[in-house]
Ligand binder design. Structure first.
Ligand code: ADP
Ligand code: MG
Length: 149
């Protein structure tokens, strides 16, 4: 487990760009943490680093958005609304951990669909308004990514 501290959204997006540079198709990134802590901000920085120009926002109502890049698709989930219904029988397994990189906000609501090998990022608020601690836990093959960050 590693921890990094960011002091503002730009630093979180810079960190996301570092993660993007190490990402390969099939990687799943679980983005843990409360509302407003920076999960979507991270996804914006990640996507932009791979050349996405579309505006990235939380797919709260449609659960998943896809962004095309030159390298691989990005599947961006916000599982918050699955708290009640669960994630079964919606075809999400056709995306998670397949040909793209999958980023999942509120991953606890799609726990059954998460592969064992994954990068777990946990965001918490720091002492200052704009500071965040990000805990990095690379599980299985994602341990190599944690080591390089
Ligand atoms: P979430 O997706 O976790 O609900 P968002 O990324 O949508 O959160 O919102 C995070 C908010 O916090 C944004 O308004 C962003 O500008 C602000 N913010 C302040 N400091 C940081 C930081 N260090 N990292 C990320 N976001 C930050
Ligand atoms: Mg969000």
């Amino acid at each position: 487990m590693k921890e990094i501290l960011t002091n503002n959204r730009d630093e979180t997006q810079k960190f996301a760009a570092d993660v993007a540079a190490l990402s390969r198709p099939g990687l799943v990134i679980a983005l843990n943490g409360d509302l407003g802590v920076g999960k979507t901000t991270f996804t914006q920085g990640f996507s932009r680093a791979l050349g996405v120009t579309a505006r990235v926002k939380s797919p709260t109502f449609n659960i998943m958005n896809t962004y095309r890049t030159r390298h691989f698709p990005i599947y961006h989930f916000d599982a918050y609304r699955l708290e009640e219904t669960g994630a079964q029988d919606q075809g999400f397994e056709d995306y998670v951990g397949t040909d793209g990189v999958t980023l999942i906000e509120w991953p606890q609501y799609m726990a059954d669909l998460l592969p064992n090998d994954r990068l777990e990022l946990t965001f918490t608020r720091g002492n200052q308004d704009d500071s965040r601690s990000i805990y990095i836990n690379g599980v299985g093959s994602a341990a190599a990514i944690e080591r390089q960050l």
